[in-house]
Design a protein around this ligand. Sequence first.
Ligand SMILES: *Cc1c(COP(=O)(O)O)cnc(C)c1O
Length: 422
Amino acid sequence: MTDTSIDYARQQDAGDPLAIYRQQFHIPPGPDGDSIYLCGNSLGLQPREVQQLMDEELEAWRELGVEGHFRATRPWMAYHEQLAHPLAALVGAQAEEVVAMNTLTVNLHLMMVSFYRPTKERFRLLIEKPAFPSDRYAAESQVRFHGFDPDEALVELTPRDGEAGIEDEDIAACIEQYGDSIALVMLPGVQYYSGQLFDMGTITALARKQGCAVGWDLAHAAGNVPLALHDWGADFAVWCSYKYLNAGPGAVAGCFVHERHGRAFDLPRFAGWWGHDKATRFQMGSEFVPMNGAEGWQLSNPPIFSLTPLIASLSLFEDAGMDRLRQKSIALTGYLQALLNELLAEQVRIFTPGDPTQRGCQLSLSLAGGREHGRAVFEAISDAGVIADWREPDVIRVAPVPLYNSFEDVWRFVDILRRQFT
Ligand SMILES: *Cc1c(COP(=O)(O)O)cnc(C)c1O
């Protein structure tokens, strides 16, 4: 039995050592007080510190012009470097293995240039179905770019009939079956639709044993679940920074390249001047000499104004610590699950895995009563101040984020949802 009283939710918040971080964010207003923002899986909220940091960069540009590259408080020349340590901590990497650059899909392509290198015997690319469209388009276009037929080369891991998640044993069987013809395994850490968290360590090990390269799309995993990319031995990973990392719309993404490739200068790569050895970059020579590590995959000088919010956000992650965040996340999402099961079992089916080790903070809910009814419910809860997202045909995704959501948010959400069914 779950205590369904609001007092219980408030007690949990009062005892929560991470509750203080909510005040570090702007919570969008709702019809009465704060909205119930459960959409951090889509666009994270703005840390309050962003405004000041942005003002400082604008001032540096205003007052210093080009000299800001050297004389700004955070000199623009080495701007991205200050993100390496906090990003590395977040994804379980060494500082040299990560870089903030570009956007997710761009990084996916750059990584596939280096790590999807199909041959006649080993040409397949393993993805999941239904993959996020951008990943599917990127994978398919890479396959075609190399002159292969996507119908043959793309292997799509699909949930069993009637299931939303993909079983571990099905993943293992697929890697076993196709392993010696797979050039690259490219899967999400957390599936965007179902919220399923994959066992990245085990899958990476299985695939590497078969000689496949392994890349992870961490769009829904970075800042949501603990990661250990270096120890797992993944070849690469990419993620965006506007979801759980709260760096604002279209923010600069992240990229991981394992240490063992960091000095593999013979790897095919698409090069740009910011990937060139910084000691000689400005000699403007014609021969490309890549930097060591992930930085060697950079193309352009970085967009300072889109990196700035990430500095503010990552300092909160550093401060709160991913382990503590995960602990709260498991409690918060578990509370949401328990309330829904207690109060709305007939009306709402949760199709995210019930086991907390197989999910992050998001729960995906399928509403009873068909699409029209579901859509009406979604609109009604939106009017009442819930910010969540709707996916066809009848799905609401909600993500209580441990950095800024409260137990009371969860309680209020369930209360508003419940009122639509009575
Ligand atoms: C959010 C998301 C993207 C978005 O790609 P962008 O290049 O940042 O627009 C791609 N893939 C997955 C799995 C995502 O969740």
